[in-house]
Structure formats: C-alpha cells, structure tokens
Design a protein around this ligand. Structure first.
Ligand code: BES
Ligand code: MN
Ligand code: MN
Length: 454
C-alpha cells in the first residue's frame, strides 16, 4: 500500500489534469446536439483505460450512446470486481447561473467546478486511476472489469439490454460503484439503498387554439390553470400522495430500523440554512432523512405553456405541459406506478380538457444488505483511509441499473461514493472536492486488498 500511495502522490497533478480533459467534453446524453461529444468522451475513456493497463478495451455500440468495456483478469481464482460508472452528464442549463463555464473546469477553494465533476466523471475516474496505481506498482490483487456507460442520466435503457446480452462477459463477484455521497468528509458512509423512479410528461389540451384571454376568458377552461389544480390535488395537506394505490407496495420500516436511522448525524437547522428555506416541507410524520430515502415522492420538474416571453401577452393558451417525477421505494414497481399515475391523471381531468401521459424512463429501487463479504471489505477500506467506520445509509437518488445487476447478473452492488450532497450535481456550479477525488483514489485499492484477502 505504501507503494500505491507513493504512486498516487507522485502523479497527483496528472490525475487532476486528465480528469479536467474529460470534464472539458460536454457529454450531455439527453440532448442529441451533443452526440459527437458523447462519443468523444467514450473514446477518451477507452484510451485512458488502455493506458491504465486494462485489456480487451472496447467501445460497445448500442441503439443509443456507447458503453466502454475493459478488463484485466490476473487470476480466475481471485475475486472479480465489476466497476460501473457513467461518462454522460446532465445538461448544464441554466448556463447563466454558473459562476464559471460548465465545461471549463477550474479549482476554487479546493473544489473542481464543472458539469460532471462529481456526477460521475470525477467519481468513476477515481477507479481508473486507482486501477492504474495498482497495476503500475504490481499490487493488483483482484480481477477487474470496467463498464462505463453513456446513458445513465437518461435511464440506462440500452445498458439494460447490454447487461442481458453479456451475462458471461460481465460475470463477477460484486459490482463497485462510486456515484453517491458521503454524509460528510469526516463522516464516511456507504449507500445501502437507492430510490426508483417513474418519470412522465403530461400534456393538457384545452381549446383548439390560443385564444384572447379577454374575449374567451371566463368561459373556456385554461389548461394551465387546470393542470395546476390537477397537480395540486395529487398531494394532500400532509404532503401525502393521493394517487389511489400509490402506497400499496411501500415497505414500511420497523421502529427499530427507524430508530437506527435517527442515529445518523443530521442537523435540521444547518440543512435549512444551507438551502435558505424557512422550514422543510415533506410528508408529515417522517424525518428529513426518511423523507429523502425511505419514502416515495411526486415532484414537478418543469412546467410550461402559454406566454413566457418579455412583457405581457393576454392569452388563454391551448396547451399546458409538465414533467413529473415520482421517486419510488421498495417494493413499488416502476411500470405499475406509471400506470396508476396515468389512470389517475385521466380520471381527475375535467371534460374541459384532453390529457395525454407519456412515460419517459424509470428505474427500480434497490436495497443493499450489509452482511456480506464485499460490504465488509468496503467498510474496512474506509476505516483505513478515514479512520472511522462508515455508516450505512439509504440514498434518495436513483441509479436504475443497480436493481438489474441483482436481477440479471445476481450481483450485489457496493455504492462507495465520495461526493457530498452539497456538490450541486444536476445544478449550476456542480463541484467535486479535490480531497474527495484523492480520498477515493486511495480508498479503492484498500477495497481490493481486503476483498482479495477474504
Ligand atoms: N449519481 C446520481 C444518483 C445519485 C446521486 C444517487 C446522489 C444517490 C445520491 C445519478 O447520476 C442520477 O442522477 N440518477 C438519476 C436517475 C436517472 C434515471 C435520470 C436521478 O436520480 O435523477
Ligand atoms: Mn450519477
Ligand atoms: Mn446524475
């Protein structure tokens, strides 16, 4: 380990510069305008895997953005780690709210600012550099397979197909992912849960054309007003979701499990201050940590229609739209929830409008146990580098492929993320700590070390 740490220390500047190069590519998977950039990012990942010492490195084509695969099998009798990450990023919009341009990474106050710095380029690249350090110092003691995809931020549909079609090639003992957060830089944690997702777009149509809001206003249903009412009716005064059947499959935690969650360090005041909100606004009867991990949600992600340009235009619009996400928890099923939403949305629409519900992507929730060898290896690795035992914590975000790793490959996933919830992923000024980047690069080899010795 001495040698590995020395190697990391001696290559610090290059490890940062290489990440910067990757961050300069706007690999936005959601927007076809960036398709060439997404491919350039895949090619860079391919090249970097080769340089780091991986073999069988290949860009695997899909119906959408490519997957980069590479491996190094040192000894089939040793454990095999499947490293998963994503080189695609969320759109940078609204760009005007960034302090520095999203694809021109800079370090300010110990943080790397760029779209994708924490989610997930900075985090998956730690694995490439940790692997390089192990290979180049002759300290790799597990087999490794890398699978880095370009469609995580749009639901990983093609990766699902790839996983089903490549079960043999992807055979491993455990999946290792860094795409989640620590509780704090001095409070290490391992994520043991992810929420699922059902994401839909709705279209509400009123009159057959935009109308003068004076001439027709008062008689003709305004689709934006109606959509607002419909959305408002989907949560009650306790912020409980009113879609019939929505909670039917939710697994409730035992009092003991909830008591354990309540032990996780959390300051309501700091949380509110950091977000500059007067108070939190969640489902009644649950703590913030519960509201953001073990309870499902319904949120409007965007809403539009009518006139939103300069000044005022008096118009009664023909159409209104919204993008709505529902975060799901075990044992809610994405497709079932989407269907429940669709039926309910149609049922509550007044005859004055027609509605359409278009499902986008989804993902199943996941829970990960703590009583298996690879978890112990991850926990021990963090003890080595943080000097503290990591706290198992369920997270609120989604990584759709994790449930499929279990279902299709029979593999458990270790979610050993090094970000912070305050990294502003998906937001302007996304950043990732230089501390976190190197902490990850140091901790990952410890994981392999402990796994190989079990
Ligand atoms: N890395 C995130 C998920 C995440 C972040 C999990 C923080 C836990 C803590 C991932 O890239 C992501 O953003 N996933 C999407 C899902 C997808 C289907 C668009 C999400 O959660 O919105
Ligand atoms: Mn991510
Ligand atoms: Mn993301």
């Amino acid at each position: 380990m001495e040698k590995i740490n020395e190697y990391i220390e001696n290559n610090r500047e290059r490890f940062l510069e290489e990440l910067f190069e990757l961050l300069r590519i706007p690999s936005v998977s959601a927007d076809p305008q960036f398709n060439d950039d997404v491919r350039r990012a895949a090619e860079m990942v391919q090249q970097r895997l080769v340089e780091a010492g991986a073999e069988n490195v290949e860009i695997c084509e899909t119906e959408g953005h490519p997957i980069v695969y590479g491996d190094k099998i040192i000894d089939p009798s040793k454990p095999t780690v499947l490293v998963y990450g994503h080189y695609d990023v969320q759109p940078a919009d609204p760009i005007e709210l960034w302090t520095s341009p999203p694809f021109e990474p800079v370090i300010k106050d110990g943080n790397i600012f760029a779209r994708g710095s924490a989610d997930d380029k900075g985090q998956f690249y730690m694995h490439v550099k940790a692997f390089e350090a192990m290979v180049k110092t002759g300290n790799l003691d597990c087999n490794v397979k890398f699978m880095i995809e370009g469609e995580e931020e749009v639901g990983s549909d093609n990766l699902g197909i790839f996983v089903h079609d490549n079960k043999e090639r992807l055979a491993a003992d455990v999946v290792l992912v860094s795409d989640t957060s620590l509780i704090a830089n001095d409070i290490p944690s391992i994520s043991v849960g992810l929420r699922g997702l059902s994401y839909v777009e709705v279209e509400v149509t009123g009159p057959n054309r935009d109308l003068h809001s004076g001439v027709y206003g008062g008689a003709v249903g305004n689709p934006i007003n109606i959509l607002a009412k419909m959305i408002a009716s989907m949560t009650d005064e306790n912020n409980h979701i009113t879609i019939p059947g929505f909670y039917d499959k939710v697994v409730n935690l035992s009092d003991a499990e909830r008591a354990e969650m309540a032990q996780i360090p959390f300051s309501q005041e700091e949380y509110q201050n950091e977000l500059q909100i007067g108070e939190t606004y969640g489902e009644k009867g649950y703590t913030v940590l519960e509201q953001t991990s073990i309870r499902p949600t319904l949120d409007v992600n965007g809403i539009w229609g009518g006139y939103t340009g300069e000044g005022a235009k008096t118009v009664l619009p023909s159409k209104a739209f919204a993008k709505i996400s529902m975060r799901l928890v075990p044992d809610q099923q994405t497709d079932e929830i989407t269907e429940l939403f669709r039926n309910h949305f149609k049922a509550i629409a007044p005859p004055a409008v027609k509605v359409e519900v278009r499902p986008h992507h989804g993902g199943q929730p996941a829970v990960i146990p703590t009583n298996f060898p690879a978890y112990q290896a991850a926990s021990q690795a963090m003890v080595d580098t943080f000097g503290k035992k990591p706290i198992p914590q369920r997270g609120g975000g989604s990584i759709p492929i994790v449930a499929l790793f279990e279902e299709a490959l029979g593999l458990k996933t270790i979610l050993m993320g090094f970000g912070l919830d305050t990294d502003d992923i998906h937001s302007p000024d996304e950043h990732y700590g230089v501390f976190n980047y190197f902490k990850g690069i140091e901790t990952i080899p410890r994981f392999y070390h402990h796994l190989a010795r079990q």
